[in-house]
Design a protein around this ligand. Structure first.
Ligand SMILES: Cc1ncc(COP(=O)(O)O)c(C=O)c1O
Length: 396
């Protein structure tokens, strides 16, 4: 079946985080604006998911729902078939989102004043999870080398060895720099964290959005020791554009850590359950929507190639970071010679383009733009034409 990746219904005034935010920038409906910011997709939901939700609604019952054995088996089958990981249903705790899960993990597994490591620049709510909970940010800057990012393992180990460091939040694949961590890199991380008693929370929300030629490794699949020293956060929300249903699957293989996590949820009266529509959508996605996903990845890859080719020819001052996974392209715009606030202003006011500004991912992100590629290819074409028209007037 060929799916529709070219048109989508109106999103203004629907409460969309991405589109309604534009209204706050003084942009009116009907203006020719393209947001490439917040990480959801400008693609229609797969028809198999919509059909499953309609079927559920046709039952006319929307009561409290637990994950069924069928749901848990389906999630485990996805892990096995797509990622080669043998996960067990009893390891899964449903959560209302991965951000919620890593906030909880910080509260459960560390105390005020203790250190939490991040590889930066990184998805900005991870900083908030550390700082809003009065933990100490242990910043491990990635090394930017020839359009790709690498871990500085010496620095990483030195910081892990500090007795105050208790948790490492890994973003795998990494948002915003698009890296898929190699098995060897993950093994080294695991070894260091085990040696220094640092727990790993692996946020793998982008794990299905892997570009052709790359392969994702689930952190817990590395070894039994790694599995016993981690929390793995997964969800169908990025993969199938279901973020609004707030359903994620948190895997904690270690029974002691799992009990600690669950006890905390119960103590803080957080209901460790999601909603019935979220469960149904996840189940339908994992059972029936691999062909939709493969096609979505093709569109994302086409968009990436288009940008890479166009910029190399027309605006070579902008360097494209290699995209190994996620649909978030990380553009190094420092060659334009513009201050990041000035570039933001030019994008908004002159080019009428909204990216996610690199500086929101930490100071190393200044001068970068994060471009959401999960959209019809004609949006990308239009954006490139605007960049080619506007930027040369301002390049220094
Ligand atoms: C790395 C990462 N983690 C978590 C999230 C959000 O997760 P959730 O919507 O499940 O809270 C995002 C969204 O962009 C993300 O990129």
């Amino acid at each position: 079946m060929k799916y529709n990746f070219e048109t989508i219904g109106k999103r203004y005034y629907t409460g969309s985080g991405k589109w309604d935010e534009l209204l706050e920038h003084g942009v009116g409906e009907g203006e020719d604006i393209i947001p490439f910011s917040v990480a959801d997709m400008e693609f229609e939901t797969a028809p198999e998911i919509v059909a499953a939700l309609k079927e559920e609604l046709d039952r006319y019952v929307l009561g409290y729902a637990n994950p069924t054995p069928e749901y848990l088996d389906t999630v485990c089958r996805w892990m096995k078939e797509r990622h080669g990981w043998d996960a067990r249903p009893e390891w899964i705790l449903p959560e209302h989102g991965i951000v919620e899960a890593f906030f909880h993990a910080v509260q459960i597994f560390t105390r005020e004043g203790e250190g939490v490591m991040l590889l930066t620049p990184v998805y900005y709510p991870m900083y908030q999870a550390v700082q809003n909970n009065n933990r100490v940010l242990v910043d491990c800057p990635l090394i930017h080398r020839a359009g790709r990012y690498e871990i500085d393992f010496e620095d990483f180990e030195r910081k892990a060895a500090d007795k105050n460091t208790k948790l490492f939040i890994l973003c795998s694949p990494h948002n915003p720099v698009g890296r898929i961590w190699l098995r060897e890199e993950l093994e080294r991380i695991s070894e260091i964290c085990l040696k220094h008693h640092v727990l790993v929370l692996s946020d793998e929300i982008h794990f299905d959005l892997v570009m052709p030629g790359y392969r994702h490794t689930v952190f817990a699949s590395l070894s039994e020791e790694a599995a016993n020293n981690c929390v793995v956060c997964t969800a169908p929300s990025k993969t199938f554009n279901l973020a609004g249903l707030q359903t994620s699957n948190i895997f904690i293989p270690n029974p002691g850590l799992r009990k600690q996590f669950l006890d905390h949820l119960l103590r803080s009266s957080t209901n460790p359950k999601c909603n019935i529509l979220g469960y149904r959508a996840c189940e339908a996605a994992y059972k029936h929507c691999t062909p939709w996903l493969e096609q979505a990845i093709q569109v994302i890859d086409t968009n990436r190639k288009l940008i890479t080719g166009f910029l190399a020819q027309t605006l070579p001052q902008i360097k494209v970071t290699r995209l190994e996974a996620t649909y978030l392209l990380w553009l190094d715009c420092r060659g334009l010679g513009l201050d990041s606030r000035e570039l933001e202003r030019i994008n908004h006011q002159q080019a009428r383009l909204f990216f996610d500004e690199g500086y929101i991912f930490g100071p190393q992100g200044a001068g970068f733009e994060r471009w959401n590629l999960a959209c019809p290819t004609r949006y990308i074409q239009e954006a490139l034409e605007r960049m080619a028209e506007v930027y040369p007037k301002y390049i220094k």
